[in-house]
Design a protein around this ligand. Structure first.
Ligand code: NAD
Length: 369
């Protein structure tokens, strides 16, 4: 199969869909890999590195899109890319179709087969192609939070780790899932005083066990959250209710009870955020202050570390990519139900229940028989 990787054109998107190591693996499987020139630059990968891995570097996006059997991307196709969608094309990328009607309609109209990273779902309901991005966002949350706590950046001027003879900062982490656990790891590693809140006692039990009393776990309820907000220097919002908006755990009136210069890093902002005062920000203008609380609400945090994000993304997408390329989309779907769930459209027929429901469009079965 010919696998094409165009350069991402969405604003602030510096990731690329495949690393040279991924391209090499595809070559070993007997596939041709076409990369648009400079596609890896934002992630610190040169065209030469792709060439050394056996990929062919193409001058334009059009050459990649038109020659490939399967186009692998990071973000959904943008309007400028609609002209390249066609009936004998497989598109493998983050799609998030339920939020964008025009792209859904375009994939249907063009007869394209599309598989969304975020809809590949294991039998236990987990989403393996989203996990690395939550890992990165969780770890980054502490890094950006400690930056925002520095006085010149609007924070209260406390060093997360403290120093000998001076207490460390208090870090409150709301949500102990993938992002929360990764935030805990960094905050605890830096020597902060960590409190973790979740509504799932099993998550708390696990963390309590791992950290052996090195931090405090609290069940999620309004009283616990209110009490801890008043003490926190850094609050990290990392809750998720699958398929729903994030619960507003921090009300406007809570801000006045918090220390001036304390920081909220709202990782859950892509689901609406955990504070009534959260609104999405960008990497170029990441923070704003309300009632003395510094809010950091960047909705695509992994975009700040494209070298790590690109490598972590390829790690999880590559096995699926190779299976689709080796066996063709339908045979690959027959072999792996998780991949089958990831099909959003097949030859233009809408095959994902969530997307069909979102737009009240007819749902078709993937032809697996
Ligand atoms: N901003 C970004 O760039 C970025 C990047 C990746 C992920 N995210 C977002 O981060 C959030 C967390 O993702 P995840 O992968 O860690 O999810 P996850 O499902 O692994 O964990 C969510 C946790 O929240 C807990 N929870 C749910 N409701 C709660 C409540 N009311 N109080 C306390 N805990 C509660 C759940 O029990 C679970 O442990 C999601 O909204 C995700 O979309 C954002």
């Amino acid at each position: 199969m010919v696998i094409g990787v165009p350069r991402e054109i969405k604003k602030d998107e510096a990731r690329v869909a495949i690393t040279p190591e991924g391209a090499r693996a595809a070559r070993i499987h007997g596939h041709e890999v076409l990369i648009e020139a400079s596609a890896g630059i934002g992630s610190g990968i040169t065209d030469e590195e792709y060439k050394s891995a056996g990929a062919k570097v193409m001058r334009t996006a059009a050459e990649v899109w038109k020659t490939a059997d399967m186009v692998v991307k990071v973000k959904e196709p943008l309007t400028e890319e609609f002209e390249f969608l066609r009936s004998n094309l497989i598109l493998f990328t983050y799609l998030h179709l339920a939020a964008v009607r025009d792209i859904t309609e375009m994939l249907i109209a063009k007869g394209t087969t599309s598989i969304g990273y975020e809809t590949i779902e294991l039998d236990d309901g987990s989403l393996p192609l989203l996990v690395p991005m939550s890992e990165i966002a969780g770890r980054l949350a502490v890094q950006v939070g400690s930056w925002a706590l520095e006085a010149p950046n609007g924070g209260s001027g406390i060093l997360l780790s403290g120093v000998s003879g001076v207490a460390p900062a208090n870090v409150l982490i709301l949500g102990a899932g993938t992002a929360g656990q990764n935030a805990i790891r960094i905050a605890a590693g830096m020597g902060a005083n960590v409190v973790v809140v979740d509504i799932n006692p099993n998550k708390l039990r696990y963390i309590d066990d791992i950290y052996r009393g090195g931090l405090t776990t609290l069940i999620g309820n309004a009283a616990n959250i209110e009490a801890e907000l008043a003490k926190a220097d850094l609050v990290i919002g990392a809750v998720l209710l699958t398929g729903a908006k994030a619960p507003k755990l921090i009300k406007r009136e809570h801000l006045k009870t918090m220390r001036p210069g304390s920081v909220l890093v709202d990782v859950s902002i892509d689901q609406g955020g955990i504070a009534e005062t959260s609104r999405p920000t960008t990497h170029t203008d990441p923070v704003y202050v309300i009632d003395g609380v510094v809010h950091y609400c960047v909705a695509n945090m992994p975009g700040a570390v494209p070298r790590t994000s690109t490598a972590a993304l390829t790690n999880v997408t590559l096995p699926y990519l190779l299976s689709i390329a080796d066996h063709g989309p339908i045979e690959a779907a027959k072999r792996d139900p998780a991949l089958a769930r990831g099909f959003n459209t097949y030859k233009g027929a809408l095959t994902h229940p969530g997307v069909a429901e979102a737009f009240d469009l007819p749902l078709s079965e993937l032809p697996l028989e």
